[in-house]
Design a protein. Structure first.
Length: 414
């Protein structure tokens, strides 16, 4: 089954509200075997809604909308769809009674304006909404074209999607066909370099497709099976994922929702290692990434934010002569920080980070974004220099990710 998604709301276009409904619909509908061919967002204007729904129906004959089902003047989706299908809006006595009962339970009278929420297009299937006042609607015309209208409130939309819409879609289309995706998560390698490694594979995996999804954490390589039998899709996906991991090499650290910090902690546990961190420019972000993982306390000992040079010398025992000769952002300093953290926390594994996150402080020799990272395991220390583009927050996040990955690689090589 092919369909389109239409999210409605001026606040979405203005960037005032994040469109989480579109993401939720994408994941859920794909899992039910539907293929979303297009996603559109329009303002709360009748002409925009009418054009978007009409165009989507011409292309696929099936559209799922969210938003515009409330009682106020800017909630006009239901009216527009009824007009487009040539249907009258009629008052549903059962819906009206349910609305009135809901307000009685809340201990207040129902405003007259809410009465419009009990009006539905003739012949529509009502999708009862126990989480709010706006029911969902399943509307079909004489040509078999379908519009599913869902509320814009995310909690209400998700409830109706799971309870009412997905079961109907599963029954009406696909006949056991599914849309499934798997992802290989990578870090420390740019999108273009990944494409060079993986490019030869792409023509060989059809009808599966590849997508590259870059972020601050790295690049996810997502492979998708479209409208295949479930067992066939899973078999093909598993085989392609293994090929991708082999092509990517040690840049790959996990699949799907894997978290690099969790992957690192698992590797430390297997080796019975304890971890401490020493941070300068990241300001505690490495420790935060680690302690966000449940169970981190059985491996992670602690961290020190040695932002000022005086803390580097006092807490980590970085020799003053190293700082004077090479500066705080240097290979010599970051190595000394990693060794100092090992002594301070009595651990066999450490991560150290120092750099220039900006917005000021850079020089031609050490521009903003220059970061030195070190990972130390027992007496083996690996240090690397990186220059990360972006603003202050992005540089810090990239540095924290790179510190975790550096220790992961050191563990794998030991």
């Amino acid at each position: 089954m092919k369909l389109e998604v239409l999210t409605i709301g001026s606040e979405l276009l203005l960037g005032l509200t994040l469109d989480t409904n579109a993401a939720d619909l994408g994941r859920a509908l794909a899992a039910a075997g539907a293929e979303i061919t297009r996603r559109t967002t329009v303002a709360d204007r009748p002409e925009a809604i009418r054009a978007a729904v009409a165009d989507a129906l011409e292309r696929t004959g099936f559209v799922v909308t969210t938003g515009g089902l409330g009682p106020t003047r800017d909630d006009m989706t239901k009216t527009v769809v009824a007009e487009l299908f040539g249907k009258r809006l009629v008052l549903d006595a059962g819906l009206l009674a349910g609305l009135e009962a809901r307000f009685r339970r809340l201990g207040r009278p129902m405003p007259a304006i809410n009465r419009t929420q009990a009006e539905v297009p003739e012949g529509a299937t009502i999708l009862l909404n126990p989480r709010g006042t706006a029911p969902g609607l399943w509307v079909e015309d004489a040509r078999g074209r379908t519009v599913v209208l869902l509320p814009g409130v995310p909690r209400e939309m998700r409830g109706l999607l799971v309870d009412e819409v997905l079961p109907r879609i599963a029954r009406s289309g696909g006949a056991g066909l599914v849309v499934r995706s798997r992802a290989v998560r990578t870090t420390g390698v740019p999108e273009s370099a990944l494409a060079e490694r993986i490019g030869p594979i792409e023509p060989e995996i059809a009808p599966l497709t590849l997508a590259y999804l870059p972020s601050v954490d790295g690049v996810d390589v997502r492979v998708t099976a479209w409208s295949l039998e479930r067992a066939d899709a899973e078999r093909r996906l598993a085989a392609v994922v293994e090929r991708l991991k082999a092509a990517v090499g040690d840049h790959a650290y996990g699949e799907d929702d894997a978290d690099l910090a969790a992957v690192l902690l698992d590797a430390l546990r297997r080796g019975r290692h304890r971890l401490g961190v020493a941070e300068s420019c990241t300001g505690g972000m490495v420790a935060e990434r680690i302690t966000n993982i449940p169970g981190a306390s059985d491996t992670f000992i602690g961290g020190v934010v040695a932002y000022a040079d005086v803390i580097k010398t006092a807490a980590l025992k970085v020799p003053l002569e190293i700082l004077e000769a090479h500066g705080a952002v240097s290979e010599e300093t970051v190595r000394a920080m990693a060794e100092g953290a090992q002594r301070l926390f009595s651990t066999d594994a450490t991560i150290a980070v120092t750099g220039i996150a900006g917005p000021a402080g850079g020089t031609p020799e050490k521009p903003v974004g220059t970061v030195w990272l070190a990972a130390r395991l027992h007496t083996n220390t690996r240090a690397v220099k990186r220059v990360f583009p972006g603003d202050r927050d992005e540089i810090r996040r990239r540095a924290a990710q790179a510190g975790l990955d550096l220790l992961r690689r050191l563990l794998a090589a030991s």
